[in-house]
Design a protein around this ligand. Structure first.
Ligand code: MZP
Length: 498
């Protein structure tokens, strides 16, 4: 046997040491843009993310609803593959068929535009959501919303406003309601509305505030409406039925695939990657691996990104059941080293996804600082309204259901198969609850705020810079105690806030 005598470590065993924070290094100047797929030095990746977040390939996490919500925030979901090919393809179609709205400011439009113009544009482009704010930005006060589709809403004060202003065109004007666009977006999302153009009392177009791409198109907002953009979406596949599954997913419009396996260092994965590369023009990630050898094997097989992590998932009992795995931080560090070496030798940069084991928000910053390009999370996303599972009341708390792909509930035997069998022989995951945490956007905003703030502490305004300048220290178990509130008697309020 070969021995690795250094203990393998988890994120909780590390802390970041601040660098000089320059005046330019402010959270608003921080970009979290990150590559999703491999690219040559000097070129741009074919797909990148605006935030380094992906949601796990799990039944309890990533369906079309989560995919739309996360893509809207700049990340990506990988729709779970442990369902029939038809069902998975249908979820992809739902995401790709969902057209986001855009932002256009009042000053770019003339009062002569009528509601019918808006409806015609909407019809032509298939776009769905339009709203109006005072200054034409997403954070501005909302002046109006119009929908071309009949819809029924029955709750809360917002809803009342919507009803009051319903017009014969099923149009809505918010007038003086004073709500923000993000509240409106929540409303649109909650009620699964399709289109909200905005008009004034004379049925003329007053503002159009679409959600995305305002800055890129403010010079010519109407041009924005010739585009046919859709949200990007990924999908999990396995190394068993890929000759049937991949064509159906590609046909449905999937942007990127990932081979979902608890142990990706296998000839099964190489065959799957090679089949996809030979037959389709679609990106494909592979994994999971935890070391240099596994990484190089998948990259040499053609993988567009590599997923790292075995046994660190919150619902995972693989390490207990089989005794395989590696502390997530150690796994990421070794794979990153191999990736950087590979980049030096070939000029090809292969993004790394740190998958599983993120417990605190700062773990994400650590994973990025250690060289991961994005993270994949299950538990984190399972807690939100947008995850596909039931919200239940247990005692005095609300929880959401969350189960592993290796649990008897998911029965995703393909993910754990090492050849030959077609059933789950023993469980590698548990069925559990996670505390309900509200909406994805609200939580993501907080997490992103923390990451950006920490990056400023480290003197970095991009992920690439963070990876270069980060200084990371191992912490002893006693200094971990020092990191929390200690040697004080906590007041009731701070106890309950925790
Ligand atoms: P976490 O973010 O919940 O800690 O971990 C999510 C990751 O755990 C998934 O992306 C996947 O790699 C892994 N996973 C999913 N199901 C199981 C299981 O049943 C599992 N063992 O380990």
């Amino acid at each position: 046997a070969t021995y690795y005598l250094e203990p393998s470590r988890t994120f909780s065993e590390f802390l970041l040491i601040p660098n000089l924070t320059t005046k330019e290094c402010t959270p608003t100047n921080v970009s979290l843009k990150t590559p999703l797929v491999k690219f040559r030095q000097g070129e741009k990746p074919a797909i990148s993310l605006n935030i380094p977040f992906s949601s796990a390939v799990m039944q309890a996490v990533s369906d079309h609803g989560m995919a739309i919500a996360l893509a809207r925030c700049g990340g990506i979901s990988f729709i779970f593959g442990s369902q029939s090919i038809e069902e998975e393809a249908e979820m992809i179609r739902k995401v790709k068929g969902y057209k986001a709205g855009f932002v256009i400011s009042r000053s770019n439009l003339t009062p002569d535009h009528t509601l019918q113009d808006v409806l015609n544009l909407k019809e032509k482009t298939g776009h769905s959501t339009v709203a109006i704010t005072e200054d034409g930005t997403a954070s501005g006060r909302l002046l109006g919303i119009v929908t071309s589709r009949d819809y029924r809403i029955s709750r809360d004060p917002l809803t009342k406003t919507v009803r009051e202003f319903m017009t014969p065109f099923s149009a809505v004007i918010y007038g003086q309601s004073g709500i923000t666009l993000s509240e409106a977006n929540n409303l649109i999302w909650e009620h699964k509305l399709n289109c909200l153009p905005i008009i004034n009392e004379r049925q003329c177009l007053e503002y159009l505030v679409f959600r995305k791409d305002y800055d890129a198109h403010k010079e010519n907002p109407l041009e924005l409406l010739d585009g046919n953009k859709s949200y990007i979406v990924g999908a999990g596949i396995n190394s068993k039925d890929y000759t049937d599954r991949v064509p159906a997913l590609v046909e449905a419009g999937v942007d990127v695939l990932v081979i979902d396996s608890s142990d990706g260092y296998s000839e099964w994965q190489r065959e799957t990657i090679q089949y996809v590369k030979a037959n389709f023009d679609v990106k494909i990630g592979a994994g999971n691996v935890v070391d240099r050898e596994g990484f190089l094997y998948l990259v040499e097989s053609g993988a567009d990104f590599v997923k790292v992590g075995i046994g660190g998932g919150s619902i995972c009992i693989t390490r207990e059941q089989k005794g395989i795995g590696r502390g997530q931080a150690s796994a990421v560090m070794e794979v990153v080293e191999a990736r950087d070496q590979y980049f030096k030798e070939t000029g090809i940069y292969v993004p790394i996804c740190s998958d599983g084991g993120i417990v605190h928000d700062y773990h994400i910053t650590l994973a990025l600082a250690m060289g991961a390009d994005f993270v994949m999370m299950g538990r984190y996303f399972a807690r939100f309204d947008e995850s596909p599972t039931r919200k239940l009341r247990v005692g005095n708390n609300f929880v959401k259901e969350f189960w592993g792909e290796g649990s008897n509930r998911a029965r995703n035997w393909q993910r754990y198969d090492t050849g030959g069998k077609s059933s789950l022989l023993f469980e590698e995951g548990v069925d559990s609850y996670v505390p309900y945490a509200g909406s994805l956007q609200e939580n993501l905003d907080k997490t992103i705020g923390k990451i950006k703030s920490t990056m400023c502490n480290c003197g970095a305004t991009s992920i690439e810079e963070l990876q270069r300048v980060a200084r990371i220290t191992v912490v002893s178990s006693t200094s971990l105690v020092e990191g929390g509130a200690h040697d004080v008697i906590l007041k009731e309020s701070s106890l309950s806030e925790e």
